[in-house]
Write a protein that binds this ligand. Structure first.
Ligand code: C2O
Length: 566
């Protein structure tokens, strides 16, 4: 296998958007960060240098990290942070995955701007048709803050603020013409296509706190892969994508370009919201697909190189974009995703489980600390929990403590396997139930090879938000979703055990549940958390240890010599 080496420098760079110039945390001065492109089977080495005054870590979101948990990246789970002026080289092999993933910082709220796409080119030809003529540069969704993101994080620590506090959504760091000061080609993502050709679009939702809808006016999208696992191709007018998720789609440039818009079709990005309790940002980021009448092969253009020889149209239409409250569309989209499940790409969903862990996930309200102002709700502050534990990351990394068998590891392996409190929220006053959280660092520990099932029950009072739950170290199969309470006597009989979608992040519906299953066969310590950054901050997380198996090939590799210490 080839070894691909990258050098990442975490550094500040001055960036201007929406007429605001501010220092932005970047990798190599790029926003979004550099794309990592590798082939299935490659060894990857990314040398990360911390050139800022605070800690950092990077995470390769969706890479399974088979036996190489040391390279996974979440601070205090698999490693101590890389301190200012220090370097750490992440080393892993890309095994049995192909498609689109991404990478991001995994400490504080740094991932707001420290993120980028990670492409894994397949060993075998694409299993879908038509074979794309070219790829469009990866499309990374994000959020822009005119102010300081650290301040937002601090406000969140006090449990306050609305769920959306950014100033713009962005497509490859660019807000587009519907925002103030960004109606120029310089601040709008534009990509060129030739009429009649088919393109592969690799889409990443790196937004901090919003599930998103994305559509291209007048064009149909064919979903072929999510989270670096192929799906049965299906056609859709738009996609729903949660933070942490990635989606690859085919798009055929089959429209007649309209001269009045310069042959441009709008790509639009807007949040998907389940209940607008708080003043939500319902703004829309816009980019363009630009038909060129030349037949010459479209060159790959990096997101930084924007052609500026044309003007952004003002008379564009946002066709195909669902209403931001369209839960039906979101659910239909999610349930349309199926594993490819062919002999070349079999669907290895475990037919039985060894352990079912039932987890309530939700938000709670706590009294505001004295002499502080909390803006959560009703003068209180928010917290979030899994089975009523708001997770606190230990001050030493769990993986190191576990590996070295340290006496005071800062965590315990007694995470509750079912909710300690009632969770029936249907028709019950939501404020009287499920309001207790305890802070803690309880996690799970399972033997190697355990067929593990998680049922996540979203208990949010006020039916507020979906929770995109992300697992590190494994892909899982989504056996089913539903609204209301999960019923262990009824719902498992309806599970899809034939071709459930395989992924690493599942959007658990507001006021509903999702069931996932996988073989826990990657030794290490793995974070599980909501990929809405504010909810992770509020404690919607835990972790699980997969113990070594009996064979040497089932054991965690020793830590690298340059692993940071706390
Ligand atoms: Cu995308 Cu724990 O991460």
């Amino acid at each position: 296998a080839a070894t691909r080496r990258f050098k990442f420098n975490v550094e500040w760079k001055s960036v201007t958007r929406l007429c605001h110039t501010k220092p932005l945390l970047t990798v190599n001065g790029q926003y979004p960060g550099p794309t990592i492109a590798v082939h299935e089977g490659d060894n990857v080495e990314i040398k990360v240098t911390n050139s800022i005054s605070t800690n950092t870590t990077l995470h390769w979101h969706g890479i399974k990290q088979l036996r190489t948990g040391w390279a996974d990246g979440p601070a205090y789970i698999t490693q101590c942070p890389i301190q200012s002026g220090h370097t750490y080289t992440y080393k892993f092999q890309v095994i049995d995955q192909r498609g689109t993933l991404w990478w991001h910082s995994h400490v504080f709220w740094q991932r707001a701007s420290v993120n980028g796409a990670l492409i894994i080119y397949p060993r075998m030809p694409y299993p879908f048709k038509p074979k794309p003529h070219a790829e469009i540069p990866p499309i990374v969704f994000g959020e822009w803050w005119n102010g300081d993101v650290d301040a937002v994080e601090e406000q969140m620590m006090l449990g306050g603020g609305g769920p959306n506090v950014s100033d713009a959504y962005t497509i490859n760091g660019l807000p587009g013409p519907l925002y103030p000061c960004s109606s120029s080609a310089k601040h709008t993502f534009v990509t060129s296509v030739s009429r009649g050709k088919t393109y592969l679009l690799r889409i990443v939702n790196a937004a901090l706190n919003n599930e998103m809808f994305f559509a291209v006016a007048n064009h149909t999208l064919t979903v072929v892969e999510v989270d670096a696992a192929y799906t049965k191709p299906f056609k859709t007018s738009a996609i729903m994508i949660a933070p942490g998720q990635t989606t690859s789609v085919l798009l055929t440039a089959d429209q007649v370009p309209d001269d009045s818009t310069g042959g441009m079709f709008a790509m639009s990005l807007t949040p998907y919201v389940t209940a607008p309790i708080f003043p939500f940002d319902n703004s829309t980021a816009v980019g363009f697909l630009r038909y060129t009448n030349t037949t010459r092969k479209t060159r790959m253009m990096s997101s930084q190189q924007q052609p500026s020889t044309f003007t952004i149209p003002t008379n564009f239409k946002l066709h195909n974009l669902p209403d931001m409250l369209d839960t039906q569309f979101a659910m239909k989209f999610s349930t349309s995703l199926r594993s490819l499940a062919t002999s070349k790409y079999p669907c290895n969903v475990p037919q039985t489980f060894d352990k079912r862990v039932f987890v309530t996930i939700g938000l709670q309200l706590q009294d505001c600390p004295p002499n502080r102002t909390c803006t959560g709700y009703d003068g209180k502050r928010f917290f979030a929990s899994m089975n009523n534990q708001s997770f606190i990351r230990p001050t030493a990394a769990i993986l190191q403590s576990y590996y070295h068998d340290l006496k005071r590891p800062g965590y315990t392996t007694d995470f509750a396997e079912k909710p300690p409190a009632e969770f029936d929220f249907s028709g019950v006053d939501p404020f009287t139930l499920n309001m207790n959280t305890e802070f803690g660092s309880k996690i799970l520990s399972v033997p190697h090879g355990t067929n593990l099932e998680f049922v996540f029950q979203n208990t949010n009072f006020l039916h507020m938000e979906n929770h995109p739950i992300h697992l590190h170290g494994h892909n899982f199969f989504v056996l089913g979703y539903g609204f209301g309470n999960f019923d262990p006597n009824k719902h498992p009989a309806q599970y899809n055990l034939v071709d459930p979608v395989e992924r690493n992040t599942v959007a658990v519906p507001s006021g509903g549940w999702a069931a996932i299953r996988f073989k826990a066969d990657n030794p290490g310590a793995w974070f599980i958390h909501c990929h809405l950054e504010e909810h992770t901050t509020w404690g919607l997380a835990t972790a699980f240890i997969v113990q070594n198996g009996p064979l040497p090939s089932q054991s965690l590799l020793p830590p690298p010599h340059d692993l940071p210490s706390c």
